[in-house]
Design a protein around this ligand. Structure first.
Ligand code: DLL
Length: 433
């Protein structure tokens, strides 16, 4: 069994990492140019050839690739290898427009699973662990990615998939699951259900690896408390391979990007200008080792900050902050930029569970923001006037955070539908696109 803490790679000097990146970038650009007509045409339209890209300093010369390119080229137009060399597809959870389909050779699958194995080892996984994978399996990358990573580590892998919460808890108790992999909203729900069934003493979990959707530090603390674990973040997207593009280490202050496979840039989402390290902007990835689906300068729409400050875990790969929202589903309400994570921070700080729904409407050209929040069972027994006072308190706190008025409605526990995968928390009825 290989060891998936790989200090020769993960703790390499910045110079060494840059050297790998330069060499692999040159190869990746040539691969895309020679094998993907769509890419070649985009580069030609910008007057760039593979000879113009000698190092990461030349990266800015390449055109960006966006989700709409992926949709235009659907389904086979961005493949870098013949179909006979591809062994798998995965697809996004997108519900609007054409789905995005990513292709993998066996080599691509191996590298992706290596990245997930690194993530698991970083949260403490060994071959003695029981890894409980409650991400969805099938087209979604969460289940297959963590499953493959867990096999590589040599842990006993429980391919639970999502759903059937009672069975999840039963397996967790009976088999002594030690590491939980699922969305943070499902982790919170599992915690809630375990407490309801009074089974918290039967749970052997020590760590969780949660991603695929935005979650706050407050939610981390809640999950850690409710499940009695350390909760770590993991990031990725289907187009770039899936989970494991970056992952948290013991420091829990941002996610190390697997820089031997992916080069990260931060750009101004309005102008496309590359921003210096430390500035907030849209994350852009160039994949430098992928064969079947070679994406260069892919715009993720995720807004975050990069930092190469030394990390106490010894890893030298650059860290990205938790995504602070998306440049495309950032809500603009009454002209004000609103990130749902800001609303979640207010709610959790005031003691509410992370079960809420944000509804935006537009009536006669005026936007309205409604926030429905579940009360805890203790709050639910409060008198009507106490509930009204609580609602007012939230309205004030949300105004202080967002600068706009939100209509707040406190609802009974368990009235907002739970999610087994990514939570649907935002309903924008304005149809602005
Ligand atoms: O969500 C891959 C994944 C599976 C990541 C399991 C982590 C764990 P997609 O369905 O293609 O892929 O969605 C990708 O989800 O661009 C982000 O906006 C969001 N996202 C993913 N991880 C995080 C995270 C998977 N840790 C999109 N925090 C990305 C916040 C995340 N947002």
């Amino acid at each position: 069994m290989e060891n998936y803490f790989q200090p020769e790679i993960e703790c390499a000097s910045r110079e060494q990492i840059r050297e790998w990146q330069n060499e692999r970038l040159r190869k990746a650009v040539r691969h895309a140019y020679e094998n993907v007509a769509y890419y070649r045409e985009k580069m030609q339209a910008k007057g760039v050839t593979p000879d113009d890209i000698q190092s990461i300093d030349d990266l800015h010369k390449l055109p960006f690739l966006t989700k709409s390119d992926l949709r235009d080229a659907y389904p086979y137009g961005l493949m870098g290898m013949p179909l006979s060399d591809c062994v798998r597809i995965q697809s996004t959870s997108g519900t609007t427009g054409r789905r995005v389909i990513a292709f993998y050779t066996q080599h691509d699958l191996d590298l992706w699973e290596d990245c997930c194995a690194r993530a698991l080892v970083a949260v403490g996984a060994t071959r003695d662990d029981v890894v409980h994978v409650s991400y969805g399996y099938g087209l979604f990358t969460g289940g297959p990615g963590l499953n493959g990573g867990s096999h590589k580590v040599g842990s006993l892998t429980l391919p639970m998939s999502s759903g059937n919460t009672d069975r999840q808890i039963q397996f967790m108790c009976d088999l002594g699951s030690t590491i939980l992999c699922c969305t943070p909203s499902y982790a919170a729900y599992l915690g809630e259900s375990i407490h309801e069934q009074g089974l918290q003493d039967k749970i052997r979990l020590k760590a969780g690896i949660f991603g695929a959707e935005a979650w706050t530090e407050e939610m981390r603390r809640d999950i850690e408390k409710s499940l009695g674990i350390k909760a770590y973040d993991i990031y990725g997207l289907t187009e770039i391979s899936g989970p494991g593009v970056s992952f948290e280490c013991s420091e829990q202050t941002g996610m190390h990007i697997n820089e031997d496979h992916f080069i990260a840039e931060i750009i101004n989402p309005e102008t496309g200008e590359v921003l210096p390290e430390g500035e907030k902007g849209e994350l852009v990835f160039s994949c430098i080792t992928k064969e079947a689906f070679p994406l260069l300068r892919y715009r993720t729409r995720d807004i975050c900050v990069l930092s190469s400050k030394p990390c106490s875990c010894g890893r030298t790969h650059i860290k990205m902050s938790k995504p602070m929202g998306r440049s495309d589903d950032m809500l603009i309400i009454k002209g004000v930029n609103v990130f749902p994570s800001q609303i979640e921070t207010v709610l959790i700080n005031k003691g509410y569970p992370a079960n809420y729904q944000i509804v935006v409407n537009r009536v006669k050209n005026s936007d309205s923001l409604d926030v429905q929040v579940e009360m805890t069972s203790e709050m639910f027994s409060d008198s009507m006037s106490q509930v009204t006072a609580r609602e007012k308190e939230l309205v004030d706190a949300l105004r202080a955070m967002l600068g706009i008025h939100a209509n707040v409605k406190l609802v009974a526990p368990k009235t907002i539908a739970r999610s087994e995968g990514k939570a649907v928390r935002i309903i924008d009825n304005r149809k602005l696109h």
